[in-house]
Design a binder for this molecule. Sequence first.
Ligand code: PHE
Ligand code: CO
Length: 285
Amino acid sequence: MSAERPANHGLSRHGLRGDYTGVRPDYTVEQDPSRYTADQHDRWRRLYARQIDRVPGRACEEYVRALGALDYEAGIPRFDDVNRKLARATGWQLVAVPGLVPDLVFFEHLANRRFPVTFWLREEAEFDYIVEPDVFHDFFGHVPMLFDPVFADYMQAYGRGGLKAEGLAALPWLARLYWYTVEFGLIRTPAGLRSYGAGILSSPGEIDHAVRSPAPRRVRFDLRRVMRSRYRIDAFQETYFVVDGFGQLFDATAPDFTPLYRELAVLPELSADAAPGEDVLVPLA
Ligand code: PHE
Ligand code: CO
């Protein structure tokens, strides 16, 4: 099982945890660092210690560099501390939210270089598996990548694209792009395949599965194929898409998607384990 079902817009908030009373109109709240208990800080430290050991050789260098400067080991981070560093690096800001937020709200935040971070931490019983994004998934998985200038611009472009797609009934296709890049993306580097997806990087089991296991398919990034590919939210991914760099991701997604959405409307979907041609498969080593 996947240890994480990552944040994803396009999912209903119905039945999800989180207290939405008292949120601002943009669904944000203030993080109150004094409300975390000693137990919660201790749980954070154990989650961190387990995962940090698995990062070398599995995460991309942009991620490793940013994570190293984040001082996450002491306990649940303060939003204001991380925001000072992020402002200097790429101008992004984290905003605290009680959980998943509606699509349009999510896109509006991204389009303005604000990343919504769930402020609460999983319970002890969820140490290995949690179905919703929590503060560990968001800080450990997503935040380091916001320090990379090109990836940071891609995230903003995604938000703008979401606002535009909303009127075009195109959200399911855009959600797949988010899933297969921001959450489960792989990058090919001279040192080998590495992860940049938050769903992989915050998961104790999937981090090895994604870049070491012979089981899943790894396919060269292709925008059409990504958008046609269904995905699983309840198990390790069966297919990952591989970019050669974040510039490729940015450039491939820069053109206006309006004609692409028209094309996709008449193309069949692909299953999460669809077999691609040998020529687009990326070997493990
Ligand atoms: N270029 C896309 C469009 O016109 C916007 C986008 C960029 C969407 C990056 C996703 C990621 O809709
Ligand atoms: Co996520």
